[in-house]
Design a protein around this ligand. Structure first.
Ligand SMILES: Cc1cc2nc3c(=O)[nH]c(=O)nc-3n(C[C@H](O)[C@H](O)[C@H](O)COP(=O)(O)OP(=O)(O)OC[C@H]3O[C@@H](n4cnc5c(N)ncnc54)[C@H](O)[C@@H]3O)c2cc1C
Ligand code: SF4
Length: 481
């Protein structure tokens, strides 16, 4: 092992080839290429095989990273994929879009010693992309079919991870989703330049081929009730994500041309998928030729600014009220956006949307901020300096985050307990909600979070659902004896 691993003093950290900013701004394809087999092996060999692997602690799924890095370094890719996929239902997706700098790679030991972190995410993506290409990923054939069934509300990463885990154990699984496609925010939120659409669609096809049934265009709460699903299935999972967009509270925020981020991104993603979107064609949700201002500093804001660049915006400016070091979005994505021509106005808070006589947006007035005392979360609060400035705009995109929708009202289930932010309360040991036999996972439990956390929750919920259904099956057997 020693010869093949611990190469970090000899081999420098390298990411897969990144396309030039000019080239990538012209399309919605992913910006990073794939490692060559030699490069993947060399990068994996940089791992120091720590006795206590901090990277594993930094990964919400507790992925067995040093083991699959070692197998990849030895060219034993099928074994590497088996280890990697044992703890993660979509490693090629996490490898692409996890903010690794804040998770596994952020606490990599060799990074701490100044050698540059192992490129864990890129090797993870390489291993599973290879597994798909080699045909190692085949439809699931459970050891035995069970008659019990699970109903899953939401085909985002939380729901899909749970569906796969339950199907592996032989349960009959039906996923209900309000959208016309599976993937949740993987398909309609996150743009193709971070995660190409066919990578997500391949996972849905895999689950379909494995016997998971999908009921698209089915909104629970209106097309079918939660009560119907509880009657039809032995257990139910709520994995509906969070979709109530936080609004801009300033004069003029209702002007024409001020848009919610998800409407804008969903339209763009639908166009990438080949759909005809009227609001895009009319120009209402198309940034082409416009001066675009995006308000916010998270992943959604970064996806909006980079989408606007690709649509051919005349200029793109991002306003964020704190500074670069204190923004919630990934630093890697800010760098990518800057390379592509986005201008960042740090420490800038919108004060008013200025519109024309006809009510169309023409500028955003912003206050220049400075960082003051830390708030309860420990982050320094932005305070006004008294200086204001205007940024001309034809389109303003609000990317201020999301809250849970009012699920007890939407589902007409007042006894579904939520916390004061509206997130569904669960018993964290089982992910069960206040309704017996109904579990919850992902953003609807945590608030807006990450794909990898939704996968973890989906897996944990599936395990608890399995235990409950197995116990019920055994109890029925005893009663019948
Ligand atoms: C623009 C954007 C970019 C992001 N970028 C990243 C990133 O780079 N990396 C990262 O890790 N995370 C990112 N995230 C966060 C990540 O996408 C979410 O944390 C994750 O998708 C949550 O998964 P989920 O399964 O809980 O919910 P979702 O992915 O939101 O899926 C929920 C599904 O439930 C369905 N649904 C909702 N209500 C109903 C109903 N009543 N009936 C039927 N179906 C319903 C929805 O249609 C949807 O398909 C991003 C989020 C956004 C908005
Ligand atoms: S799932 Fe995400 S956090 Fe875990 S090893 Fe992969 S990239 Fe890192």
């Amino acid at each position: 092992m020693a010869e093949r691993m611990l190469q970090f003093t000899k081999v420098s950290r390298a990411m897969p080839q990144k396309r030039s900013a000019k080239e990538r701004a012209a399309d919605f394809r992913e910006i990073y290429g794939e490692f060559s087999p030699d490069a993947a092996q060399a990068q994996a060999s940089r791992c120091s095989q720590c006795g206590v692997p901090f990277c594993q602690q930094g990964c919400p799924l507790q992925n067995n990273i040093p083991d699959w890095l070692k197998l990849a370094a030895e060219g034993r890719l099928e074994e590497a994929w088996r280890v990697s996929s044992a703890t993660n239902n979509m490693p090629e997706i996490c490898g692409r879009i996890c903010p690794q700098d804040r998770l596994c790679e952020g606490i990599c030991t060799i990074e701490q010693s100044g050698h540059g972190t192992v490129t864990i995410g890129s090797v993870e993506k390489y291993i599973t992309d290879t597994a798909w290409a080699e045909g190692w990923i085949q439809p699931i054939k459970p050891p035995r079919e069970r008659s019990q069934s699970a109903g899953i509300i939401g085909a985002g990463p939380g729901g899909l991870a749970a569906a796969e885990q339950l199907r592996r154990k032989g349960y009959q699984v039906t996923v209900y989703d309000a959208y016309d496609r599976g993937g949740g925010l993987l398909i309609y939120g996150i743009p193709g330049f971070k995660l190409e659409k066919d990578v997500v669609e391949r996972r849905i096809r895999h689950l379909e081929a494995s016997g998971v049934a999908f009921r698209f265009n089915t909104r629970v709460g209106s097309d079918v009730s939660l009560g119907d699903l509880r009657s039809a299935h032995d257990t139910v999972l709520i994995a509906t994500g969070v979709y109530a967009a936080k609004d801009l509270k300033c004069p003029g925020s209702g002007s024409e041309g001020v848009l919610p981020a998800l409407d804008y991104l969903t339209a763009s993603n639908k166009v990438s998928l080949g759909d005809k979107v009227e609001a895009y064609e009319s120009g209402a949700l198309n940034a082409e030729g416009k001066r675009v201002v995006v308000i916010g500093g998270g992943d959604t804001a970064m996806d909006c600014v980079r989408t606007a660049i690709r649509q051919g915006a005349k200029s793109v400016t991002c306003l964020y009220r704190r500074d670069r070091a204190n923004m919630p979005g990934s630093q890697r994505e800010v760098q990518n956006a800057e390379e592509e021509g986005v201008v960042f106005e740090w420490l800038a808070n919108p004060e008013a949307i200025i519109d024309t006589k006809g009510g169309k947006v023409k500028a955003v007035r912003a206050s220049r901020m400075k960082l003051g005392e830390p708030d309860a979360s420990g982050r320094q609060s932005p305070v006004k300096t008294g200086e204001t400035f205007d940024v001309k705009a034809d389109m303003v995109i609000k990317a201020l985050g999301f809250d849970p929708e009012d699920l007890p009202a939407l589902f007409n289930e007042p006894s579904l307990t939520v916390n004061r932010w509206g997130a569904v309360r669960v018993d964290y040991a089982t992910m069960e909600t206040s309704l017996p036999g109904v579990y919850a996972a992902g953003d609807i439990v945590r608030g807006a979070s990450l794909v990898v956390w939704a996968i973890k929750d989906g897996r944990d919920a599936a395990e608890a659902m399995h235990k409950a259904m197995r116990a019920a099956e055994q109890a029925a057997k005893v009663a019948a004896e």
